[in-house]
Design a protein around this ligand. Sequence first.
Ligand code: HEC
Ligand code: HEC
Length: 243
Amino acid sequence: MRDLWQTMQGARCGQGARCKMRSWVFIGILAVQGVASAQEKRIDSRPEAEPETIHFWNNECATCHGQKGEGIEEAKAPALAGLPDYYVLEQIAEFRQGLRKGVDDTGSGFVAEMHREAVELEDDLFRKLAVHIASLPVQRPHRTVSGDPAAGRQPYRELCAECHGAAAQGDPVKRTPPLHGFQDWYLVEQIRRFRVGLRQPEPSHGESLRMHAMALRFPSLGEARDIALYINAFLPLQPDAEP
Ligand code: HEC
Ligand code: HEC
């Protein structure tokens, strides 16, 4: 039941492509359970964010994450557009618990700012912001790191697809994020942060522990760059397209 609830959380996340994907995964699971039609309606009738929430987003979050949630490299801020609400809320919780540290060992203050936002703002506001984030359409980011996208294909399929999905669409049951739509530099930076301990696994979440172990087993960040380039160069942003 807990898994189903988490799946529902993942599916009920608005109109963005990442979310539509979750809706399809969710609908598929429910169809197996024979209750698809009632739940489809609930997904479709999910409200969009209120104007005050969008106003807050534009004034507070968009400074770093961009108005369309496209992310801003200069602020070290990831693209958030289309991220499922369960994942956004979990990450806010991880900032608060200190599993994601408000420290930037490369010398910028933006991660500390993000940490402060997570600690100071109220739960209810984050829940509303998560609805807005989920409704933003996913965009394909520009290439910024050097490496070989084709060389990333095999390691992605062997090491990552099991949890993040063949099309990097994420998995609401395993509570993994989609990886498509993130900037390549951000994907590599998060692997690095896992490796140096600035990002710790969530101890009660087996897949999070395995993700941490996965980051540590990379011989170098070169492979992570190839994988990030592969995701952004080849994988579809639309849920119904084949990888
Ligand atoms: C000062 C810049 C800044 C502001 C303002 C800011 N963020 Fe962030 N945000 C960041 C940075 C930098 C990161 C990446 C942190 C890291 O690498 O650990 C981040 C990460 C996140 C993440 C985690 C994403 C993921 O994929 O793991 C979420 C969710 C998030 N921000 C939401 C918000 C929301 C909602 C607001 C507005 C209330 C906000 N941020 C305001 C800079 C900012
Ligand atoms: C066992 C399941 C599993 C496998 C295998 C796995 N991941 Fe993950 N990954 C996760 C989970 C769960 C999270 C969220 C972790 C957390 O925040 O506690 C995550 C988070 C991430 C993030 C951070 C995204 C963000 O929003 O900040 C990146 C980047 C990532 N994974 C890349 C990869 C890559 C690349 C591979 C393959 C080399 C991989 N993962 C393999 C489960 C997995």
